[in-house]
Ligand binder design. Sequence first.
Ligand code: NAP
Length: 252
Amino acid sequence: MSKRLKNKIAIITGASKGIGKGIARVFAQEGAKLLLVARNEKDLLNTAKELQQYSADINIFSADISSNNDMKKMAAICFGKYGRIDILCQNAGIFPSRRITDMDETDWDHVHNTNLKGTFFSIKACLPVMQQQHYGRIVLISSITGPRVGNPGLAHYGASKAGMNGFMKTAALEFAEHNITINAVEPGNILTEGMAGLGEKYIHAQEQAIPLKKLGLPEDIGYATAFLASDEARYITGQSIIVDGGQILPEW
Ligand code: NAP
């Protein structure tokens, strides 16, 4: 790899599994120093151990992105350890399936508190450091579901992901004067632990619907994220890249 992120200090939320782990692997290969964040400490430790072959500088922090206090601690720990926060990748998110007829306020709040409020809290916590250093790259892991397409059972999720994209556009305007960019990656169907929870039938149906005839891999999102986090993307802000194997293209 080209070491595009050499010595950059990056926080990755939801880094213990799936897409977040794929992003962490690509970032480590590109030379970044990492703070991996998720709730389950054991999973984080296992991931950090796995990634040590790519980078010796990997730390973990167990936190819930829906907790403002946890996010403040996350930023403080990163700053305390490295004196900088160059990159925040806000990837942690949940996608429980429930049709609107069966959905209640608790279901709605659970998804929004994690995906959307967690986005706000994590960014807000890292912002003072990024402003002070006059540098920052924020990458949100959004989704095609919500911003581009619908999916029965995922109305609350789609609303949260469309909300992330909406948040991003104004954030890009507010952060630009501080040399902080914010962009998003919109994954299609990526083979992760979370996706496996949706079942074989769902996965097979998706494979049939995708022009490239396969689900994406976590690293596919990692490569797009690494680009947006790198200095090669320094003049891009408020934009999103769809990484979906062509899934949303067909007219039929
Ligand atoms: P996953 O396999 O379920 O992994 C989710 C990660 O987020 C885990 O590390 C999990 O660890 C962490 N996490 C969940 N809730 C958290 C919370 N409240 N605080 C901190 N960490 C939390 O999910 P994935 O498939 O990789 O999805 C990752 C992101 O990509 C999500 O935002 C999802 O919406 C988006 N996405 C995924 C797909 C796909 O096809 N997989 C498609 C479009 C978008 P803990 O449980 O230990 O906290």
